[in-house]
Design a protein around this ligand. Structure first.
Ligand code: AMP
Ligand code: MG
Length: 334
């Protein structure tokens, strides 16, 4: 078998929609990262997504909708959810909501929870595909569980290859970080995973501060046999301490590279490593840094270095989401 990767065109998007309608798996670009999509209403297809990613069964999937598709048939869209969706959809915000009565989404996609995660992506290829197929599409990031997320089609080729029926190449993902996950299934809205939409932006719409849930420090994404995981801990497995990890260890807050280290810099005139150096944003632009983060970690991970040293990133706006991913990538592995 060969890896099936094609440029995203009207024809290939139509072919991808046919594949999805038949229960196939299609990787496609979104404004955040590449997603591994399948029909969210079929338990078997959702099971294939879990298998392709090696994802623990307790980690639920995000369901993607085209603009115009009725979210209220899937989840309970109260006034607060409608207000948030009106402001941030389409876009990089995922809402965790109570499943509606008669919700058509596979129970496996919710991983046994009584909630469902919904997003309406803004990327033109993702939208064209969702509009064509007109079924809710479960699409976690198109990478093996726990590894770096893919922001280019070739990352998906390298990471998942033949496990995907078709990869739509739509170039680099403009955002480069996963969506913000906002839990609206509880009275006090809280962020389960920081992302491109910031806590400040959400608080402005809610008219109240929004809490950011902390990572479950003792947990890993591998779900070892016999591990006891409480309901609260699995509320959002994106909160697992070790996640988004390159193969090489990371050293955070580094001012310069030590011998044998690759260097991931941020800002003007950084020191360089003789082995490999990349700068997330020479002008110190956090949006540019977020877009480059995973692609640069993929590249430095392929270098000769034994460790990737990373310069400090300011904890402002999207910087909070960048630091969240870096901390998880640096966390002790199972
Ligand atoms: P990924 O699909 O790889 O982008 O990851 C999806 C993220 O959304 C993970 O952090 C999940 O834990 C989180 N998520 C999805 N569905 C739910 C849900 N029903 N409740 C809480 N978190 C969810
Ligand atoms: Mg992921």
């Amino acid at each position: 078998m060969t890896v099936n990767v094609v440029p995203a065109t009207a024809e290939s998007i139509a072919a991808a929609a046919d594949l999805l309608a038949e229960g196939g798996l299609v990787a496609f670009p979104t404004e955040t990262v590449y997603g591994l999509g399948g029909d969210a209403t079929r338990e078997r297809t959702v099971a294939r997504i879990f298998a392709a990613k090696g994802r623990p069964r307790f980690n639920p999937l995000i369901v993607h909708l085209a603009p115009g598709m009725p979210a209220e048939e899937i989840a309970i869209m109260d006034e607060r959810a409608q207000r948030i969706a009106a402001r941030f959809w389409p876009g990089a915000l995922t809402l965790v909501l109570a499943r509606a009565p008669g919700c058509p989404i596979a129970l496996l996609a919710s991983a046994g929870l009584d909630t469902v995660a919904l997003r309406m992506p803004a990327h033109p290829v993702a939208q064209a595909l969702l509009k064509k197929v007109r079924i809710p599409i479960a699409a976690p990031s198109a990478n093996p569980s726990g590894r770096l997320s893919p922001t280019e089609a070739r990352h998906v080729v390298d990471l998942l290859g033949e496990k995907v029926d078709l990869i739509l190449d739509g170039g680099k993902c403009p955002g480069g970080l996963e969506s913000t996950v906002l839990d609206l299934s509880v009275p006090e809205a809280r962020i389960l995973r920081p992302g491109l939409v910031t806590a400040e932006e959400i608080a402005a719409v809610l008219g109240a501060p929004v809490a950011i849930a902390q990572a479950a420090a003792a947990l890993t994404d591998r779900g070892g046999a016999g591990e006891i995981i409480s309901d609260e801990e699995i509320k959002s497995p994106g909160m697992l301490a070790s996640h988004y990890a390159p193969k090489k260890p990371l050293r955070l807050g580094a001012e310069a590279a030590a011998p044998g280290e690759a260097f991931l810099a941020f800002g003007p005139n950084p020191p360089r490593s003789i082995l490999a150096s990349l700068n997330l944003s020479p002008t110190g632009d956090l949006v540019e840094a977020a877009a480059n983060l995973f692609a640069y970690l993929h590249r430095l991970d392929a270098s000769q270095a034994h460790t990737i040293a990373v310069m400090p990133i300011p904890e402002i706006g999207i910087g909070a989401a960048i630091n969240d991913r870096l901390r998880r990538a640096a966390a002790p592995r199972p």
